[in-house]
Design a binder for this molecule. Structure first.
Ligand code: OGA
Ligand code: MN
Length: 285
C-alpha cells in the first residue's frame, strides 16, 4: 500500500490496496489516522461489488439510508445512486447532487461521519474526464480565520435544513417533491458555527452554502452577508483539492473536516454513475 498526500491542505491517495479483500486492523488504523489528518482519501483501482463497498464502509460505523428513497439502489438501500442516467425517461438516481458547496447530512442533528463515493462510469470527452469534485478544508478555514472574526463567531449558532435546499434544487421538478413523511424526517437543526470534530477534537468552521440558511437570533440582513463571507473564506482556491475521477476510484471524505461541490460540465449522452455509502455520525461532543 502506498500513500501520497496532495499538495493542498487536504487529500491523500492510496494505491496498492484491494478493498474487495478484508482489511486487517493495522492497515485500517493507518487508513483511519490518515483520514483524520487529510479529510479526503482516494483509493484507486477499486473494482467493488455493492456488498464489498458496504462492508468496507461499515468499518467506519453504521450506514445511513438517504431520505431521497427514490434514488436508492434497488436491493441495496445503503447505496445512494448519484447519476445523470435516465432509464425509461426517469432518473436512476440523484441527477444533480451537490452542485453547491456542502457537507453531507449537516442538516441532521448528528451529521454524517463520512461518505464514500465509488466511480462506476465517468464522462469523458476529448481525452479528458469531466465531472470533477472539489473539496475544501473546514479545519484550514478555522485555522486561517481572522482572530477578531473568530471571537465574533464563537457564540453564534447556525441553522441547517435539507428541505430548504431540496426545494431550490427541485425548481424544475426533476426530483419529484418530497412527501410530508419524508419532510418530517428532516426538520431544521442547529449547530455552533465553530465546532470541534467529534472524534479528533479539531476545530472546524461548520457552515456551508448548501444547507446553512440562517444564524439563530441574527437578522437576515446581517446574517446573509456574514454567512457569504464565511462561505467565500472556506472555498478560497488555496484551500481546495480538486478530484479528477477515474473509474474504480473510491473516494471518502470526512463531513466535519471538509466540504465538497460537484462540477456539472457534462450532459447526456455522456454518462456518470457513482454509488455513495454514507456513515452515520458518532454522538456529538
Ligand atoms: C455526493 C456528492 C458530488 C459528485 O455524492 O454527496 O456531493 O461530484 N457528489 O458527485
Ligand atoms: Mn455531497
Amino acid at each position: 500500500m502506498e500513500i501520497k498526500n496532495s499538495s493542498a491542505p487536504l487529500g491523500a491517495e492510496i494505491t496498492g490496496l484491494d478493498l474487495a479483500q478484508p482489511v486487517d486492523d493495522a492497515t485500517f488504523q493507518t487508513i483511519e489516522n490518515l483520514f483524520h489528518e487529510r479529510g479526503v482519501i482516494v483509493f484507486r483501482g477499486q473494482n467493488l461489488t455493492e456488498e464489498e463497498q458496504i462492508r468496507f464502509s461499515r468499518r467506519f460505523g453504521d450506514l445511513e439510508i438517504h431520505v431521497a428513497t427514490q434514488c436508492l439502489r434497488p436491493g441495496y438501500p445503503e447505496i445512494l445512486v448519484v447519476s445523470n442516467i435516465l432509464e425509461g425517461g426517469k432518473p436512476i438516481g440523484l441527477a444533480d447532487a451537490g452542485q453547491y458547496w456542502h457537507s453531507d447530512l449537516s442538516y441532521l442533528r448528528n451529521p454524517s461521519r463520512c461518505s464514500l463515493l465509488l466511480a462506476r462510469e465517468v464522462p469523458e470527452a476529448g481525452g479528458r474526464v469531466l465531472g470533477e469534485t472539489l473539496f475544501a478544508s473546514a479545519a484550514y478555514a478555522y485555522d486561517t480565520l481572522d482572530p477578531d472574526l473568530r471571537a465574533k463567531l464563537q457564540p453564534l449558532v447556525a441553522v441547517h435544513g435539507y428541505s430548504y435546499r431540496y426545494q431550490l434544487q427541485n425548481a424544475a421538478g426533476l426530483r419529484g417533491a418530497l412527501s410530508q413523511d419524508q419532510l418530517k424526517t428532516v426538520p431544521d437543526v442547529r449547530h455552533p458555527v465553530l465546532c470541534r470534530h467529534p472524534i479528533t477534537g479539531r476545530n472546524v468552521l461548520f457552515v456551508n452554502e448548501g444547507f446553512t440558511h440562517s444564524l439563530e437570533g441574527v437578522a437576515p440582513e446581517e446574517a446573509q452577508p456574514l454567512l457569504q463571507q464565511l462561505f467565500d473564506h472556506i472555498t478560497r482556491p488555496e484551500a481546495l483539492y480538486e478530484h479528477h475521477w477515474r473509474v474504480g476510484d473510491l473516494l471518502m471524505w470526512d463531513n466535519w473536516l471538509v466540504q465538497h461541490r460537484a462540477i456539472r460540465n457534462y450532459e447526456l449522452p455522456l454518462r456518470r454513475l457513482m454509488h455513495r455509502t454514507t456513515v452515520a455520525g458518532v454522538l456529538k461532543q
